[in-house]
Design a protein around this ligand. Structure first.
Ligand SMILES: *Cc1c(COP(=O)(O)O)cnc(C)c1O
Length: 245
């Protein structure tokens, strides 16, 4: 857990937004097409409260335990604000981490978007549970663009086929792809991974099977979000650059 330092969080967020805008302009893109998901996995509730007050409405978690705790505390906080007309009423929670099938139900009760669908069996389970809950969550398919065997994500060669299967599931909205670059300081390696994700994204988008909802490319974290923006990311998932100096 990091100590909350209000002004530092807002300073860091401002700097990140400036960097995103600069990367957009280098790439000739509109900044409006890039959404920031603030990853709260290392944040305490005071820090989360601050980030919501700063206007962030999309928050991400990767582990169910912290997810449940932070989401519950955030609900309490949002309810306290109810009297204030300008206050945020709702946060969109994103599940960004590896998801086990036996956790799907608990996650779907909190998250409106799941970024980490990487097997047919997981997709089927989310589809079943969503049907029982009467909801239709947004999902992204996680692709392993780095080829590292220890990483989650569907292998590049199997991505199009899995996407075709997911689109047929009536309780899921397949809105795009998610990927993680390898942990390296070598920017060329990181960029190559994002370029690969973008290519697969375009390839799947060209398929007749997917709908026009398939628009999101979730890639870029604290260390590599500027490269991700240059290569076409529409959703960034940033945690430590906001919460830990
Ligand atoms: C933790 C995490 C992030 C954010 O990482 P930072 O380096 O803290 O910005 C993004 N995506 C996933 C899947 C994560 O687990």
């Amino acid at each position: 857990m990091y100590n909350t330092d209000m002004s530092k969080i807002s300073d860091r967020l401002e700097r990140i937004n400036e960097n995103i805008a600069a990367a957009c302009s280098r790439a000739g893109r509109s900044g409006k097409k890039v959404k920031l998901v603030v990853v709260t996995k290392t944040a305490d509730i005071e820090a989360v409260r601050e980030i919501i007050e700063l206007g962030c409405r999309d928050l991400g978690e990767n582990r169910l335990q912290h997810f449940k705790q932070i989401a519950t505390e955030t609900d309490t906080f949002l309810n306290e604000l109810e009297a204030d007309a300008d206050a945020p009423r709702k946060v969109n929670w994103h599940m960004i981490g590896h998801l086990q099938r036996n956790k799907v139900k608990q996650v779907l009760k909190i998250a409106s978007t799941i970024h980490s669908v990487d097997t047919l069996r997981l997709a089927e389970e989310i589809n079943n549970v969503a049907g029982k809950l009467g909801i239709r969550p947004d999902v992204l398919m996680q692709v392993n663009c780095s080829g590292e065997p220890q990483k989650y994500g569907v292998p590049v060669g199997a991505a199009t086929h899995l996407a075709e299967q997911i689109v047929t599931m009536e309780n899921l909205k397949l809105i795009g792809l998610m990927t993680m670059a390898p942990l390296t300081r070598n920017k060329d390696v990181v960029r190559a991974c994002f370029v690969r994700a973008r290519e697969i994204f375009e390839e799947i988008r060209g398929e007749r099977a997917v709908t026009n909802k398939f628009r999101q490319l979730s890639m870029g974290m604290s260390q590599d979000y500027e490269i991700a923006v240059e290569e076409g990311a529409t959703i960034l998932r940033i945690g430590s650059a906001i919460f830990a100096g």
